[in-house]
Write a protein that binds this ligand. Sequence first.
Ligand code: ADP
Length: 456
Amino acid sequence: MKNWTLQKKWTYASALSIFLSFLMMSAILYFSLYNWMLMSEKRVAHNTLNEVVSFFESQGPVISVQDIQRNRTLINQLVNQEQSIRVLNADGIELLRINDASPFSAFEPTSIKEFEKDKVEGQTIFHKSAEIDFGLFKGYIEISHSLSNFEELMRYILLAITLFSLIALLLSAFIGYSLSAFMLRPIKELRDEMQEAKRTRFSKEVNFERLSKDEIGELMKIYKELMDEVNETITRQDEFIHNVSHELRTPIQVVEGHLALLNRWGKEQRDVLDESLDISLAEVQKMKVLIEEMLKLAKNEQTFENTNTRLLNVVKELEQQLEVLSPTSSIVYRGNENISVNIPSTTLEQILRNLMENAIKYNENDPKIIIEAWEDTSKVVITVSDNGIGIKKESLSKIFDRFYTADEARSKNKGGSGLGLSIVQRLVVAYKGSINVESNQNGTKFSIYFPKFTSE
Ligand code: ADP
């Protein structure tokens, strides 16, 4: 029983309880019917005996055996086909028998009081006697009432009940099975979903066909909510790891470059030593902030303190980095020199660096990047244009998707993973901005819109 499935246990339990209750009901019904019918048989026999005795009494105060003999036909009419009447003298010797339908047992005066049940010649009978005293004749009148028909009827009822019990057993097994299958269906669905979640390592979205409004439905709902949360957490973690490793690539390259410089020249040249150490330290510091910012982005916890970042400063910073990483590239800044935005400088640098890296990567000329910026009463607009290969029309709507690369071979070749623009878009949106892109074969232009900085 320990190894039985829940469905098996449920099937047996419900089948057994349905069957037992049916059996109990049948037993009660059978015994009540038995007693009730037996009583009515007794009543019929009792009435007949009374009628016969009354008949004799009505014949006058004095009756002889001959009178009794003479009235035989009349008495016959009082007796039904299952009954026999006999007249006995005071010594209990049978003098006359009317309608020999039911046998008699040996006469005993005790049968005067009560109906007695007896088995005679294989037949069950009820018999009772009444004392008679008609002057000339003293004796007994005894009735024998056969219970053969009654017993046959009861046998038939018992057979019917047994048959119905068997049908009930089969029916209750079937009902038990269907009921348990029906009740356990949601639990099975839940189990399958759990197995699927385990197999796919929580990557598949949990989807139940229908949720009932009972406890199991509630359990399934909670499980779905739980799994959605787990799913989201895993996705966010995954995203965070990918994004951080993508974003750390360039600062690490910068530090690596400066360390190589130090290794080669720094030992003798004091100025190289100082500059490279300063830049490397600043870069490491930035990496720290960057990781924190990415963590905030993953948790959706951006803070909008009054960080007033001046765009031109960031562009200059990036110019210096590019000088080391891509000496053939140039950056031109056009626009208002005082433009500031309300986002941390590391984040603005991250956004622009990703766009600039793409402008350099997807370019077959000497990369020329133009940054323009202006503002009106409500927004700040920053555009980054390049003279690169451009993006095909059909790819334009997809370039902000995670892991989308417009030209697989070229992207892979350039170390692209399809993450840069998705990070840019997430950062821009996180700081309440928006971004769009225009492109043709002569180059690409990204436009970013941020709400205008207000210092209240
Ligand atoms: P990747 O890491 O592959 O560069 P991105 O998300 O930064 O991924 O960019 C997605 C795709 O958009 C790139 O594979 C590239 O084909 C295209 N793309 C992005 N920026 C430019 C650009 N300035 N010029 C041409 N194609 C670009």
